[in-house]
Every structure is written in C-alpha cells, then in structure tokens.
Design a protein around this ligand. Structure first.
Ligand code: FES
Length: 333
C-alpha cells in the first residue's frame, strides 16, 4: 500500500455519492477529546489534497484483515489537506476502537472514502440531537448550518460531562442554541419537550445509541414525512422475512452471469465467490460500501441506511444484508 490512488466512482445512489479513494494516510495528531475519546488527525504523507467531504460523511479505517471500521469526519470541511475523526474506546467491542486509540503521530493507516449516507439537506431550520460519540457527524453539520445562517438547536446527551467530547468547541456558539445534558447531572434528554410539537420546515438530525434513535423515531412519528434523519452505529434490529430467506436467481447484467443466492448466504458473498469484484466493509448494512444499483427485482431491504423513500424507489441495495422477495434479482454488475 503506497501513495493515494483514485479508484472508480462509487455506485450511483439515492444517497450522496462522493468519489471513492483508498490511501495510506499519516496520523499527524492524536489528542484527548474527552474521557475515553480521542481525536485522530490524518493527512496524505506528502500533504497533498484529500478528497472533499460534506457533513455526515464517514471514512473506513482498515485496521487489519477483517477489521475495518467506519468513523464520521468531524473536522473542518474547508480544510483540504487533513481529516479528523473522533473515536470512543469501546473495550467490549471487537477491537477496532482500541486499535485506533493505539495510533500515534507518525503512524500510517489505510483509509477509504469518504462517503456520505447522512447528508445535511437544505432546510429552514434544524434540530440536532446527539448521544455520546454521536456528536461527531453532528459537529460538522452544526458548523455548516451556522455558516449558512440557518437557525438550529442542539440537544446533546452523554453519561457524564467529562465523557462528552467537543464541549469546548461548542462553546463558540450561542449557548441558547446548545443544550448540554449529562445524564448524571440532568437525567435523560427531554425528547418530549424537544420534539413534542412537529415544526414544519425543521429537519431533525440524530446520531447516537440505538435506544436514543428508537425514542427519537417514536417522537417524530407525528412529524412531516422525511423530517427525521438518523445515523446508526449498529444495525437496526431486524424483522426477518422468512419468505425472503428462500433461494433466488441473481442476474449480473454487465457481467452476463446468472447465479443462485441460496438461503443463508448473502448476495455479496455469492458475487464475490463468482469472481466479480465488489467492495464491502461492515457487512452489517450500516456503512454503505457495498451499495449496488438494482435493475429489476423486489428487494427485501435489511440495511440501516436507506430511508423509507429510498427503499420504496428500489434503485439501490446493500448487498451484504439485503435479499430479494421475487424469484429473480438483476443488478448492474
Ligand atoms: S458492507 Fe457495509 S453496508 Fe454492506
């Protein structure tokens, strides 16, 4: 792995598509953002420009064989030469965050992306809600909304103040807009007050643990369709469709191949085993790396990325988890 190499354009998607890069980047700085949270700053070894990104984008850190993790970019979008991520050490996880916390200035790490499945859509105003390390994508969104002069508010919760990252950076904004809610001091986030009355024209952006996302989804059920945008750290709890566990035929339109996807095996694995090159990362339906264009077939979407509208359009699918309800699925592969 040497210098930065541009690879092909990521698949066309209903979500924001950014040019996909893969590179060995240098760690230029590591600092403590809160208890258990470090920020890592990355740059190309020769300090050439990095691909542009927009708030909500994430990158893959390839930390070893079968160890790839996604982290939201949380730096300054106008800084064309460095990227910053904020990483919570989770010792009970599968080791990715611990490995990132071991990085030090001067190390290199393989990086892919950025890609954005959580883009900030233009709106009259914004309600941002962050739980814990979920502040990372929200931080860049706030900067963009504020620079655009859009009214916004932030509700930010965490276990305790000392473990909540970027509190110092939030001090530059009007404190009327920022509600910091450490659970040990003030209890849980007051979602009833924040989201009780739908506000037409306001978009809600939320990132945090599953319990928070579920609660926000319930509160926003009475809001206008499309008002809520969430990003998950982990796969959404699935409701298995036993019908869709049946085998189905998979047609690869560009390769001219017809394959069979058996029950219990992913489209991704079948395609890869057939020797067709596809990219994957999380294999849980949360990162978007494996997204492919659907030409035909009734997709059983099992990812945690696409919105209800995007699912209904049936234009793309995450082939690591999603399957087919009809007997035949055709992909632009
Ligand atoms: S590999 Fe991450 S969504 Fe499929």
């Amino acid at each position: 792995m040497t210098a930065m190499t541009a690879t092909q354009e990521a698949p066309t998607s209903a979500a924001t598509v950014l040019r996909e890069f893969e590179a060995d980047l240098a760690v230029t700085a590591v600092s403590d953002a809160a208890e258990g949270v470090k920020t890592i700053t990355l740059a190309s070894p020769d300090r050439t420009a990095l691909p542009p990104w927009s708030p909500g984008a994430h990158i893959d850190l390839v930390l070893g064989d079968d160890l790839t993790r996604q982290y939201s970019l949380c730096g300054d979008t106008s800084d064309g030469t460095t990227w910053r991520i904020g990483v919570l050490a989770a010792p009970d996880s599968r080791g990715g965050s611990v490995r990132v916390h071991e990085l030090k200035a001067g190390d290199t790490v393989q990086v892919r992306g950025p890609r954005n499945h959580f883009p900030l859509v233009g709106a009259a105003s914004y309600q941002f809600i962050a739980g814990g390390i979920g502040i990372t994508p929200i931080l860049a969104m706030i900067a963009e909304a504020d620079a655009a002069g859009a009214p916004w508010n932030l509700l930010y919760g965490g276990r305790q103040r000392a473990s909540m990252a970027f509190l110092d950076e939030l001090e530059r904004y009007s404190q009327d807009q920022v509600a910091i809610t450490p659970q040990h001091e003030r209890g849980h986030l007051n979602l009833a007050e924040c989201l009780g009355d739908p506000r037409p024209g306001t978009l809600v952006y939320c990132c945090g643990p599953e319990g928070l996302l579920t609660a926000v989804e319930q509160r926003c059920a009475s809001w206008p369709a499309g008002a809520l945008h969430v990003e998950r750290f982990a796969a959404r709890p699935a409701e298995p469709d036993t019908e869709a566990e049946k085998p189905f035929e998979l047609v690869l339109a560009r390769s001219g191949r017809t394959l069979t996807v058996p029950a219990g095996k992913s489209v991704f694995n079948v395609v890869q085993e057939a020797g067709v090159s596809v990219l994957g990362s999380c294999h849980e339906g949360i990162c978007g790396t494996c997204e492919q264009i659907v030409l035909n077939g009734d997709v059983d979407h099992r990812d945690s990325i696409l919105t209800g509208d995007e699912r209904a359009r049936n234009e793309t699918m995450m082939i690591c988890v999603s399957r087919c309800r009809s007997g035949r699925l055709t992909l632009d592969l």
